[in-house]
Design a protein around this ligand. Structure first.
Ligand code: TRP
Length: 439
């Protein structure tokens, strides 16, 4: 079912690993507020655009732009940007998914029992992620799992798992929220997540929030075009998009509520970066009855959620190579995954032997994440908004196929797509480049 596949793509490491760590680095509630605003004003209207373009063209992202345009236009390049984003994002995504896989086994063999506070858990994570071989091994396993699914074609039915996975993930998160909130000193974490300090909002924070809104909804690189291309004409895209956006946001906020109270209660600090959940949650498991079991299921579900997202990332280059370049599905999958695997190696080593290589204050891992999430994706979204708003004459008509909404809804949507979303993104880019005298 489409909605399961789309939710499976959206809900992943972005919600549970990335949202807490960037919120933690950027003022908590202040970041969250801007991020929620970006989801509502840019994310939701644009996820609808992508799915509609996919549904109407039934093509990969490059082919979709080609189909809707005169033969000699440059628009297919927007699809090519998406293919590149897929490579870059999956390279670091797979490394983090590998950490999650490894932590399934750390839960089983009882290692969490020694994690009595964040400092000990942090040292253990640093040792593991800084090891030259172990994280690379798990990164390799995860890429092989992606290949196993994508090589057969996305319709292999993996998304049916999401029907069980998603409720399971929500239940376990709820359990963690309750435990985390009842730890002594949890209040500071609640305040951090919900009481905005508006002075924390800079243009940089707005850029990160915008980038994260794109990342978490899987928009800006054509993933939702490929998924939309598997839809038939009469499915209610609007309803499905709203459900996906709401579920995705709910999971992120639950993750935040599970993590921040625990961060403050266990003596950690919120701005720890990508290691945040790996340093915090094992301590919470340790303070729970049957904690090893809970930890095992948590990292198992997180790994599967990462897999259902990762396949949507890998599917973009693969669909492009198969449809446009007429390469066999097996070759396209192996070739793309191989390249992504290679690119993942320096990402993984960024926690270890390449730790001290950080031009401009960011490691290789950080740069891949920063550039792809905050520049490539918003750029892809901007191009999509301009395309649907200004070039695609049937946009409104397609919007209304499969729904029975009052006509004002469609008009509002197209106005946002045409004006509000592109102008906001351009404003953020200009401010960030220092062209406006913001900061
Ligand atoms: N949205 C996923 C997450 O939050 C990651 C993801 C999957 C993604 N497909 C994407 C991000 C396409 C950007 C574009 O984990």
């Amino acid at each position: 079912m489409f909605i399961l596949a789309a939710a499976g793509s959206a809900i992943g490491l972005g919600n549970i690993w990335k949202y807490p760590y960037i919120a933690g680095e950027n003022g908590g509630a202040a970041f969250t507020l801007v991020y929620l605003g970006c989801v509502a004003v840019i994310g939701l209207p644009l996820i609808i655009c992508e799915i509609l373009v996919g549904r109407v063209t039934q093509k990969d992202p490059v082919g979709a732009f080609r189909t809707l345009n005169p033969p000699k236009s440059y628009w297919p390049l927007a699809g090519v940007l998406g293919v590149v984003s897929g490579f870059v994002i999956l390279s670091f995504y797979s490394v983090v998914a590998g950490w999650s896989l490894a932590y399934i086994f750390k839960a089983i063999d009882g290692q969490f029992a020694t994690f009595t506070d964040s400092t000990i858990a942090g040292a253990a994570f640093a040792k593991f992620s800084g090891d030259p071989w172990q994280p690379l091994f798990w990164h390799t396993i995860f890429m092989l799992m992606c290949v196993g699914v994508v090589i057969k074609g996305i319709k292999s039915g993996l998304e049916r798992w999401n029907k069980i996975l998603m409720p399971a993930l929500v239940i376990i998160l709820l359990g963690l929220v309750i435990r985390s909130l009842s730890l002594p000193g949890a209040g500071a974490g609640v305040a951090f997540l919900w009481q905005p300090d508006f002075s924390k909002i800079t243009w940089e924070v707005v850029l990160l929030a915008l980038g994260h809104a794109c990342f978490t909804l899987s928009i800006g690189m054509g993933a939702m075009i490929t998924y939309g291309s598997y839809l038939n004409k009469h499915e209610n895209v609007i309803k499905d998009s709203v459900v996906v956006a709401v579920l995705d946001t709910a999971v992120a906020l639950l993750a935040g509520m599970a993590i921040f109270p625990a961060v403050f209660a266990t003596g950690g600090e919120p701005a720890r970066g990508p290691s945040l959940i790996f340093e915090t949650l094992p301590v919470v498991f340790n303070h729970m009855p049957a904690g090893a079991l809970v930890g095992f299921f948590f990292f198992l579900f997180l790994s599967i959620a990462a897999l259902t997202s990762a396949i949507s990332l890998l599917e973009v280059p693969v669909a492009y190579l198969v449809d446009e370049k007429k390469i066999s599905r097996a070759m396209a999958t192996l070739g793309s995954a191989g390249l992504i695997w290679l690119l993942g190696i320096p990402c993984s080593l960024s926690m270890g032997s390449l730790k001290d290589f950080h031009p401009g204050g960011r490691t290789f891992f950080d740069w891949m994440d920063y550039i792809s999430s905050n520049y490539f994706l918003p750029m892809g979204v901007l191009l999509m908004a301009i395309f649907v708003g200004w070039r695609w004459k049937d946009a409104i008509k397609e919007f209304n196929v499969g729904t029975k909404l009052p006509s004002g809804v469609g008009t509002t949507w197209i106005t946002v797509v045409k004006w509000v979303a592109p102008l906001l993104i351009i404003l953020v880019f200009l401010a960030q480049l220092g062209i406006l005298s913001g900061d």
